[in-house]
Design a protein around this ligand. Structure first.
Ligand code: RIB
Ligand code: CA
Length: 313
């Protein structure tokens, strides 16, 4: 049986490929549950999209939960301009089969962590950190069950993608991020500094389409849609494929490299709200609280991803 993980997510085309990657590696990853959070699109859509992905992967053994419908303090901001009205535009989705679990996603996270051995569970976060922070606030003792939190979010040398200073996942709920980054838990971060080096080029999308399975067709369609915004914005050959970096790190950590540094979250400023302030050069006496990845073997990453997508229906 694989390593037990929880996936907290706001699908989102890039979340979709991260979830499919995890579901395609049952021998390495035991996905105990997928918890949707409001982010790219509102919660009713992110929870539906998570269920669609479980259907596509043929993994209806994995339960899906709905977590928080809004950030802890701020009003919700969404990203339909990037992801489309549904959040996973680019593919003609069939009717959803997998049911939504009745339990609130935050309570599922707490119950799973409380029942786990010390440090047993890895939390994989692909969206705003609202659910994780709410679990830590409601039941601080549940932290005992967390071995590591691997997150997509933030940026430093790359700046922000939603404001000049802030990346979307952190900006949506900077207060939740502040709770997590001050939790003293083992943190590993996949910021824009690494995801911007992993571009979904036409060639790489073509490899997915050439798989010949429904999953490959769905991923190629989603990424083709996902590309249109960032290619125009950055003038790049493809959109950064952010979220699968989290899962790829668990499957093949040698694809990544980085540095453990102090990271704090701006929660007060109007100009830099949601900035991940990284003391990359040791200018403070702060203790390093986060392993920040800024290097990736991009070809190895896409080879790993596409090979696993080929395992699915
Ligand atoms: O800034 C990129 C992140 O925001 C990704 O997780 C994407 O899915 C959106 O949630
Ligand atoms: Ca996401």
């Amino acid at each position: 049986m694989g390593h037990p993980i929880l996936i907290d997510t706001d699908p989102g085309q890039d979340d979709a490929l991260a979830i499919l990657l995890a579901l395609a590696a049952p021998e390495k990853l035991d996905v105990r549950g997928i918890i949707a959070v409001a982010g790219n699109v509102p919660l009713p859509l992110t929870q539906k999209n998570a269920r669609r992905l479980v259907d596509l992967a043929g993994r209806d053994d994995v339960p899906v939960y709905a977590g928080c419908s809004r950030p802890m303090v701020r009003d919700l901001i969404t990203a339909e301009n990037v992801h489309g009205r549904t959040g996973v535009d680019g593919y003609d989705w069939p009717k959803t089969k997998t049911p939504l679990q009745d339990q609130h996603g935050v309570d599922f996270i707490i119950d799973t962590l409380m029942a786990a051995d010390e440090g047993e569970i890895t939390l994989c976060t692909l969206g705003p950190l609202t659910n994780i922070a709410m679990a830590l606030v409601k039941a601080p003792q549940c932290a005992r069950g967390i071995g590591e939190i691997v997150m997509m979010g933030g940026g430093f040398f790359e700046g922000g993608n939603t404001t000049p200073a802030a990346e979307f996942n952190i900006l949506v709920d900077p207060h939740a991020a502040h709770v997590v980054f001050n939790s003293a838990l083992p943190l590993t971060l996949m910021p824009l500094d690494v995801t911007h080096k992993a571009l979904a080029t036409a060639y790489r999308i073509g490899d997915m389409a050439a798989l010949g399975n429904e999953t490959g067709r769905a991923c190629a369609g989603m990424l083709s849609y996902f590309n249109r915004h960032d290619v125009e914005k950055y003038g790049s050959e493809g959109a950064p494929l952010h979220d699968p970096c989290v899962i790829a790190y668990l499957l093949k950590p040698e694809l990544f490299d980085g540095k453990k540094v102090p990271v704090q979250i701006e929660i007060s400023s109007g100009l830099t709200l949601g900035m991940t302030v990284m003391d990359w050069w040791g200018t403070t006496a702060e203790d390093p609280n986060c392993m920040v990845m800024n290097q990736i073997d991009a070809d190895g990453y896409f080879d790993l991803l596409t090979a696993h997508l080929g395992r699915l229906p």
